[in-house]
Every structure is written in C-alpha cells, then in structure tokens.
Write a protein of this length. Structure first.
Length: 95
C-alpha cells in the first residue's frame, strides 16, 4: 500500500477520494483506466466514475463489475439544457 495512504489511515483521516470524468463508460478500450481504478480501490481509495453518457456498448470487460465506487452519468443527472453549462464549468475547473 502507498505510504501516504497508510499514514492517512493511521491518523484516522477521511479516505482519499478520486473522480474520473470520462466521455463515456464503460468502453472495451478502457483497459488502462479500469486497471487503475481497481488498483486504487484495492488501496482503499474511494473512486467515483462520472461519464458524460453511458457507452451503450454490449461487450465490456468482465472486471467492470468489480468496480465498487459509484458511477454516474451526466446525461442522467442533468436536463439536456444544463449539460452544456456543466461541461463549461468542468473545463474551466480543469484548465
């Protein structure tokens, strides 16, 4: 386990939280992202996946079912009229 995560756990601190913002989820081509999410969760990190929309792909990697963190889709959380504004805020935040 990562030394920083271990020290945080010993102090009784809140768990580390990470969010992945993706165009769509899950996609068969997201092998690296899926592996990274599973590795972080194994270390005690709380991971949230936010997709702009569901990929709609019928074929996904079996390990997608192992992701424990919450998964949300912007297309389901916001009415279409507000999605553009939310994306603009997100772009501003990340730039």
């Amino acid at each position: 386990m990562n030394a920083t995560l271990e020290a945080s756990r010993e102090r009784g601190a809140e768990p580390v939280k990470v969010a992945y913002f993706l165009r769509s989820w899950p996609r068969l081509s997201q092998t690296f992202i899926l592996s990274e999410i599973l590795m972080l969760e194994a270390q005690g990190v709380v991971v949230r996946v936010v997709g702009l929309e569901s990929s709609g792909e019928q074929l996904v990697q079996p390990d997608v079912a192992r992701v424990r963190g919450p998964i949300a889709y912007l297309s389901e959380l916001l009415p279409r009229s507000r999605q553009g504004r939310a994306l603009l805020h997100l772009r501003t935040l990340l730039s």
